[in-house]
Design a protein around this ligand. Structure first.
Ligand SMILES: NC(=O)c1ccc[n+]([C@@H]2O[C@H](COP(=O)([O-])OP(=O)(O)OC[C@H]3O[C@@H](n4cnc5c(N)ncnc54)[C@H](O)[C@@H]3O)[C@@H](O)[C@H]2O)c1
Length: 285
């Protein structure tokens, strides 16, 4: 496969995925339907590269080479690439709709990967012309740093597609682990109680946001649950919670928390909107 990728969705994950591929020498296209989000992604990547430059991890030449490998695209018809990684909202219909459009403008050699946190790959691929080429490639946030990628095998994903997805991850120094297509895969299933129990403690007034985060971080977690939810994005985390909850038959222990529902209704989505459980000032990623 040529070292050429198209990343669809220029949000938190899409910009990070685009950045790591470009850093590893790939030619990258990043597509979004919102021009403002393409601009935001450009600024975020620039800021991250400036940080790497400041730390001496890359030099000025490498920085400009990386930037020049990323092209920003707002027309889905031009998303014709051997590898496509979809990283749009955590919504099954929206993902199917986009992947259908992508299947139309590409041939059966394309790999259509979804970065979904929780939506069933088997359900998605049923609706796409090349189901054998549909696979989950679940990167973690921030994608340019976190090594793990869950490779999710849907019922119709071919062995060849799984091998290609693994090989792509290795080429960009990621650590691929193949998972079954079960609700929330591995990490997001195990992580649900981390967020939900923390919010229940808060709702029961057992402790404050800062106290819970401080305690969990002192035990060795890199981020407490509230800091982590702000980092992920409240809307994405709620959509993932709902998706896992519904797929598992709505068990009480995984019921979405009132606190997260309220924050999403208020538009306080975390770092990306400047406010979530904490205040961050002007909009940032
Ligand atoms: N945020 C995380 O920590 C995290 C981690 C792993 C996986 N994910 C998954 O990655 C995906 C994206 O999450 P995110 O946090 O980057 O979301 P985000 O809200 O930051 O960005 C989503 C982007 O998708 C764009 N978009 C929406 N519909 C589109 C379409 N039809 N075509 C092109 N672009 C479109 C939006 O304009 C926006 O820029 C979700 O499936 C999420 O579950 C998120």
């Amino acid at each position: 496969m040529e070292s050429q990728v198209c990343v669809c969705g220029a949000g938190t994950m899409g910009s990070g995925i685009a950045q790591i591929f470009a850093q590893k020498g790939w030619s990258v296209k990043i597509f979004d339907i919102q021009k403002a989000n393409l601009d935001k992604a450009k600024n975020t990547i620039e800021k991250n590269l400036q940080y790497l430059l400041g730390k001496g991890k890359i030099n000025q030449q490498q920085k400009s080479d990386i930037s020049s490998r990323i092209n920003f695209e707002d027309d889905v018809k031009r998303c014709t690439d051997p590898l496509i990684i979809e990283a749009i909202y955590e919504n099954q219909e929206a993902k199917i709709n986009l992947l259908r459009q992508l299947a139309e403008v590409n041939d059966e050699k394309v790999i259509l990967a979804s970065n979904t946190s929780s939506i069933s790959i088997s359900q998605i691929q049923k609706e796409i012309s090349y189901p054998q080429r549909v696979v989950g490639m679940h990167f973690f946030n921030p994608a340019y740093i976190m090594p793990l990628v869950e490779i999710v095998r849907g019922e119709n994903t071919s062995d060849e597609t799984i091998e290609s997805a693994k090989s792509v991850c290795k080429k960009i120094d990621k650590h691929p682990i193949v998972c079954k297509d079960s609700p929330g895969f591995i990490v997001n299933r195990v992580a649900r109680p981390y967020y939900l129990e923390a919010m229940r403690l808060l709702e029961n007034k057992a402790a404050t946001v800062a106290e819970i985060d401080e305690i969990l971080e002192a035990t060795g977690f890199k981020m407490g649950p509230f800091r982590l939810m702000d980092f992920i994005g409240m809307d994405i985390n709620l959509a993932t919670t709902k998706s896992v909850y519904n797929q598992l038959g709505r068990p009480e222990r995984l019921e979405p928390a009132i606190t997260q529902i309220k924050l999403v209704e208020e538009g306080n989505l975390g770092k990306k909107t400047g406010k979530g459980f904490y205040n961050y000032g002007p909009t940032t990623r």
